[in-house]
Design a protein around this ligand. Structure first.
Ligand code: AMP
Length: 282
C-alpha cells in the first residue's frame, strides 16, 4: 500500500493511474479505523481497479472544540489496519494546508434544506465543514466512485446533493451500517465507552428494531413517546433526538404516507459520548 502525505506526490500518482485507465474507488475517513470503514473498502474493491482512502480529522466539521480534541487519533494503528485489510492501494494523509490552502474555514452551501434537518439543528455549521472537505477531496482524488456509510445517512444524502449541484463526475455509493456483535453501530467514538457502557448501548439498536416492528402499526406520535420512555429509564443515557423522517427530504414526519420511504434516526449521549444510528423502516 502506498502512503501519501502531500497533495503533490499523491496528485502525480493519481495522474499516472488515470492515464493507465484505472477505475478508482475512494472512501474518505477521519481515522481510528474499524470494521465499518473496512466495509467501505470492501465495497469499493468490488467495483474498481484501485481503492484509495484518506485519513484527516476535519476541524471545520466539529462544532464542539472538546469533541474535536477528544477525537481518537492513531495513525500507526490505522496504517496497520489498512495493510492487513488488503483492500486499499493508496492512503492520503494530507496536511491541513493541502485541503485548506486559504486557512481553516468552511464554504457556505445550499443543500436545498437537507442541511437544516437533524444533525443540522444540533451541530450548526457541521455540513458546511463536511461539504468543504469532501468537495476538496473529491476534486483532488478524482475518483470514479466514492463510498460513504449509511451510518451517517444525512451526510450521505447531502454528499449526493453536493455532487449533483456541483456536477462532479463521481458516483456516490452508500454502504450499510456495520454493527458490533451486540448491534451497536460501529464507531470510532465507541472506544471512549467503558465495557459496561458499550454493552448497555445496544439499547439504541434494540430500540430501532422495536420501532421497525411498530412501523405502520401504531402512530408516529405513539412511537416517539415509546422511544422517549425507553431512554428516560436508562441511567447515564440522554436521548438527544429521535425522529422518523422521509428518506428523500429528511423531513420529520408525523404520519406514514403511502409511497414514501421512511427511516428512523436517533442520537443518544452515553455520558459525554455522542452515539448516532438509524434504520430504514419496512
Ligand atoms: P468517519 O471516519 O467516522 O468520518 O467515517 C468515515 C466513513 O465511514 C463515513 O462514510 C462513515 O459513514 C463510514 N462509517 C463509519 N462507521 C461506519 C459503520 N459502522 N458502518 C458503515 N460505515 C461506517
Amino acid at each position: 500500500m502506498k502512503i501519501f502525505k502531500s497533495k503533490k506526490t499523491f496528485h502525480d500518482y493519481i495522474e499516472r493511474q488515470r492515464e493507465m485507465g484505472k477505475k478508482i474507488g475512494f472512501a474518505p475517513t477521519m481515522g481510528a479505523l474499524h470494521q465499518g470503514h473496512i466495509s467501505l473498502y470492501e465495497a469499493a474493491s468490488k467495483e474498481n481497479d484501485l481503492v484509495f482512502s484518506s485519513i484527516f480529522v476535519n476541524p471545520t466539521q466539529f462544532n464542539n472544540a472538546a469533541d474535536l480534541e477528544k477525537y481518537p487519533r492513531n495513525i500507526e494503528n490505522d496504517l496497520k489496519i489498512l495493510e492487513n485489510s488488503d483492500y486499499v492501494d493508496a492512503v492520503y494523509i494530507p496536511e491541513v494546508s493541502d485541503l485548506y490552502p486559504d486557512g481553516l474555514k468552511s464554504k457556505s452551501y445550499d443543500f436545498d434544506g437537507l442541511e437544516n434537518e437533524m444533525e443540522g439543528k444540533f451541530r450548526p455549521g457541521h455540513f458546511d465543514g463536511v461539504g468543504t472537505v469532501v468537495e476538496e477531496l473529491l476534486l483532488q482524488v478524482q475518483p470514479d466512485n466514492a463510498y460513504f456509510g449509511e451510518k451517517d445517512f444525512q451526510q450521505l444524502v447531502i454528499i449526493e446533493k453536493l455532487v449533483e449541484k456541483l456536477k462532479l463526475p463521481v458516483k456516490i455509493h452508500g454502504v450499510a451500517i456495520y454493527r458490533e456483535k451486540n448491534g451497536l453501530a460501529m464507531s470510532s467514538r465507541n472506544e471512549r465507552l467503558s465495557a459496561e457502557q458499550r454493552e448497555a448501548s445496544k439499547i439504541i439498536y434494540e430500540t430501532l428494531l422495536k420501532v421497525n416492528d411498530w412501523f405502520r402499526i401504531i402512530t408516529v406520535p405513539e412511537i416517539n413517546q415509546r422511544v422517549k420512555d425507553i431512554f428516560e429509564d436508562q441511567r447515564g443515557m440522554v436521548l438527544e433526538y429521535f425522529e422518523i423522517s422521509d428518506e428523500q427530504t429528511l423531513k420529520e414526519t408525523d404520519f406514514f404516507y403511502k409511497g414514501h420511504n421512511y427511516r428512523a434516526f436517533i442520537v443518544v449521549f452515553v455520558n459525554e459520548v455522542r452515539l448516532i444510528d438509524n434504520m430504514h423502516l419496512e
